[in-house]
Design a protein around this ligand. Structure first.
Ligand code: AMP
Ligand code: MG
Length: 370
């Protein structure tokens, strides 16, 4: 297993390399006072972390190219040591998922799956099989707006400052390699393959959500049902904070602060926006979500500034979020309204905040200037 650094802290640390996470827990305690800091017992593997005044333990770690954080409610007299160990195990679970489902790790199981495109069926781990199966279903449900096989072309793009777009002919030549229908899976033998040589799968729009769900499940299994797990804008909200609803804010796409907040329980909220990863070339901005039909990033003038999706779990919310972004604000909201499992807050290009019917009752608009 790869190593990761885990930091227990009283307040969220500023300046993560990936920039501010688009979703954050509000209101963060400005200067929470420690009510309890048990001296670490000699036999403990993980030192008991401090419990904040609101009864939570906070920890964060850099994983999957972003910052993951956990807010775990244990109560002022809770078992900080068991809570700390559960958080440690949850973060280790995220690390494990990254190791198998990342297309950026050459030796990951996902990379080996793509390398075998056009070849025989391969045996897959339960996690990768589950991810591919759900990806296929969500690709179908979104009519290919979310399509993990986008990566045959996605691999040509690097969304970092100083990058430039690939040659149009290169994109054109690979368009025929995109098509989720050609992810072949056999649940009986838990095997799968990509049918056409050169096809590639990228799970950047779903693996983070899956890792968040796995971490949340692990915390629940250990008896900690009250928590928020967040990874780079993918949030799962479980239970409550000592009986009080967790409230999750939606970040302004154009600066600090939030446009509003949602009280949530046992649901996921995933936010994504072009402002997170992009580069500029020849006066044009290219952001990291690709239209699988063209192989090009979304047209900035027509796409949403940010999309936030609420769904039963973070795996689905993550993929739907990317799908709705690809569809654009108008078609995307029509899709959300027609899909009972999905709700959304879309900030369109003019800055208008559009809230889907199922969230209107609970969405709290932030006061202007906040
Ligand atoms: P998110 O951060 O959830 O919006 O996901 C964006 C990431 O998903 C990108 O950085 C790519 O790795 C991947 N991606 C981009 N476009 C698509 C698409 N149309 N379908 C599936 N995955 C995509
Ligand atoms: Mg996504």
């Amino acid at each position: 297993m790869r190593r990761f650094a885990l930091l227990f802290a009283l307040v969220a640390c500023e300046g993560a390399p990936s920039g501010p996470a688009p979703t954050r827990v509000v209101p963060p305690p400005p200067d929470p006072e420690v009510v309890e800091a048990k001296p670490p017992a000699a036999a403990q593997e993980v030192d008991a972390p401090p419990i904040r005044k609101d009864g939570t333990i906070y920890a964060e770690s850099e994983l999957m190219g972003t910052r993951f954080s956990i807010n775990l409610w244990v109560g002022a007299d809770g078992d900080a040591s068991a809570g700390g160990e559960a958080i440690h195990a949850a973060i280790a679970e995220v690390d494990r998922i990254e190791g198998l489902a990342s297309e950026w790790i050459a030796q990951s199981e996902l990379s080996r799956f793509s390398d075998g495109a056009g070849g025989p069926m391969m045996e897959l781990s339960p996690d990768l099989f589950a991810l591919l199966r759900r990806s296929r279903e969500l690709a179908e449900a979104s009519d290919g707006a979310f399509d993990p096989t986008f990566y045959a072309i996605g691999d040509l793009w690097k969304f970092e400052p100083g990058s430039r777009p690939p040659a149009p002919e290169e994109i054109e030549a690979r368009l025929a390699l995109i098509g989720w229908e050609r992810i072949e899976l056999d649940p009986e033998s838990r095997r799968g393959r990509l049918q056409t040589p050169g096809m590639k799968v990228g799970l950047g729009a779903i693996a983070k959500g899956y890792a968040v769900d796995r971490a949340a499940k692990l915390l629940r299994d250990r008896g900690f049902a009250d928590h928020i797990v967040e990874g780079g804008g993918d949030t799962y909200v479980s239970g409550s904070k000592g009986g009080q609803a967790w409230v999750v804010g939606i970040q302004r796409p154009d600066g600090p602060g939030t446009v509003g907040a949602l009280p949530l329980r046992d649901r996921a909220l995933v936010t994504s926006g072009g402002y997170q990863r992009f580069f500029e070339f020849d006066g044009k901005r290219y952001a990291h979500i690709i239209d699988p039909r063209t192989g090009w990033p979304l047209d900035e003038a027509e796409s949403a500034l940010s999309v936030s999706v609420v769904a039963a779990d973070a795996t689905d919310a993550d993929a739907y979020c990317t799908a709705v972004a690809v569809m654009g604000p108008t078609r995307g909201m029509a899709f959300v309204e027609a899909t009972p499992a999905v709700e959304a807050v879309i900030i369109d290009h003019s800055g208008e905040v559009r809230v889907s019917t199922g969230l209107r009752e609970i969405f709290v608009t932030a006061p202007a200037g906040k």
